[in-house]
Design a protein around this ligand. Sequence first.
Ligand code: K7E
Ligand code: CUA
Length: 761
Amino acid sequence: MNTFTTRALSVCTGLVLGLSVSTAAWSAKSLEQVMKDRGLTQKDILAAAKTYTPTGGRDEYLAFASGGQSGHIIVYGIPSMRILKYIGVFTPEPWQGYGFDDESKAVLAMDNPGTKIKFGDVHHPAFSETKGEYDGRYLFTNDKANPRIAVIDLKDFETKQIVANPFFKSEHGGAFVTPNSEYIMSAAQYAAPLDDSFVPLEDFNDKYRGGVTYWKFDNKEGRIDKANSFTFELPPYSQDLSDAGKGASYGWGFTNSFCSERYVGGKGRPPFEAGCSAKDTDFMQVTNWKKAAELVAAGKVKKVNGSYLIPIKQAVKEGLLYLIPEPKSPHGVDVNPKGTHIIVSGKLDSHAWVYSWDKIQKAIKNKKFESKDPYGIPIIAMKDVLHTQVQVGLGPLHTQYDSKECVVYTSIYVDSMVTKWDYCKGKVLDQIHIHYNIGHLVAMEGDSVSPDGKYLIALNKLAIDRFNPVGPLHPQNHQLIDISGDKMELLYDMPIPLGEPHYVVAIKADKLKPEVRYKSGWDSRKDKRSPWKTRAGREKVVRNGNKVDVYGTVIRSHITPEIIEVEEGDTVSLHFTNLERAEDETHGFAVYSQNVQLSLEPGKTVSATFTADKAGVYPYYCTEFCSALHLEMQGYLLVKPKGYKAKAGALKVGQKYTKADFDKQVKTNVDTQAVIDSVVGFITSHNYKDFPEVIALVEDATDQLGFAGEAKKKADAYAAKGDYQNATLWAGQHWQYQVKTADMGLRAKTFLEEHGAKKVK
Ligand code: K7E
Ligand code: CUA
């Protein structure tokens, strides 16, 4: 490197890092060396500085990504692209105990007899909205394969409800939310009979149907209200995605389609793909949910199979349903923030098509239709409602809106790029290359009425050569792009090894207010106190015939009870409550060979029911490394053979203790108490009550200290009787509680020091 570039580089890197040249001499030098060693350019360094988040730092946005066939939702931060959580939705997820405890098994079993289905194909997550803004309360998502919608509460990032579509056999176009979360839209994809009967393909046109369901969301309960949801019957055109109108188009929904040819391939006929892309146009289906809801409320819609179904005929008669031609096997339908325009992409074409809501409304008002489809639905002429068409690149799919008016980003699948364009003026502004074959893309709060711009993430279908090879199945690639300037800049590649990504939604992180603990004894899936909640000291085992209920607790570092005895053939229900109040003090619970893995976050109560069908010894233990003595957090489930008679005699101890052992332990305890006293002194001399995190730690520490006092009393009583065996063991337990108290006290002290607590006395 010549002197000029070296100098230019040190000045430049000094600026990049916001450091003056003099104070940054050494770091500029070492940075230069790192760049040289790793072959990094200045552009790389700039990209790194835009995404690097120092230890303890937080992200500005949180992304909720569809986990595809994994059936999960993936949560990560932007711009750091650090993964924070996988949320089990349609698929069991052992870390969270999802699908392993009775409470979450019940969620997976909703509309899923016997939990037979163990996976979901997640495509489109969507946030709950208030006045068209993301409100950070709920997330909804769909399962395309087994037409279902799930509700995730963002208070604790847990799945609370799953509902199956009463009519469809697949469901792609969901979840899309109306501006006040009145309804969640979900459209069918592959046409099928609306009931479960067999209908031969010869009857495809007459008996196969599509549809779009408007799931009623009860915003107060935070659950879908199945009884008041309704579905529009639609022709057997493959419904694609949907979007809800907003602003000017509030009260309406838009669902595009492909294969309006109603072609069926196979059995010697040319394949589906040939027949399904033959025509030049398919249809956008425009539905009026507001008026439909009024009809439902007025009792004018009939229930079929227990659910409201609006037949095509009725929808047409009431003016609730219209068709608009869309060019070339379209994909994606995206309403702009004001609700005045709708963008559709022709995926076999190089154009995006912008429709004007104003013109659509006029055509509807004036009953100006060009014709009817075979099912009698009025068709509005494309030329009457098209605002403009723009050549954006080959294979356009999805569109996201920028914070700047009229500016949008469209994913271009075949050309592997993102096109930035102006839909008002109809011109292309910028293009950037993507690796490879982008599907959806997401801009910050891009589906809301006030998108933030800033970042865009390309959700790519193929990674090919972008990462170290890991066998024939490759991870997905999420590429972060800076869209704050005129030119798009690629910042970061993030592999996601979980499932085909479809859509992602991103919300401003400070809109989310997740809790760090549950109210004690909480059933998180039902959102109320569990009937199985247990307080410290109230643990018990209740037998009723051959049904055994164990009311247990967990706290650092023991499980109560530590021995559970049942008989072969008993049905055992374990109910554990985590007594901790401290942040992040989760315990786990696993039993040998019973497929039990529980996650007990602070305050939570969960249950596990199984049949103890084989006599034997079943160790159980805590699966979260919760404390220094985590490995000792253990116990035994003893399944006794039928008619077993206990042997006479007590447990044989492995170790004998003397007075010297006891005295030694007591000295240790006195020393530990001195540490605790000094920590307590520090905390109480500061304004710790101004810090809720510290108050929780102090509460927990006080609890532990209470237990310590009880253990000490027992130790002293045994010592007075000269029973140094039990005296030493209880003195040891006293010390255990002291250690936990000290541990929490120190955490509280560190927190106060790091958060600028003030001395008050
Ligand atoms: Cu384009 Cu399912 Cu949204 Cu995938 S869909 S890309
Ligand atoms: Cu509790 Cu490990």
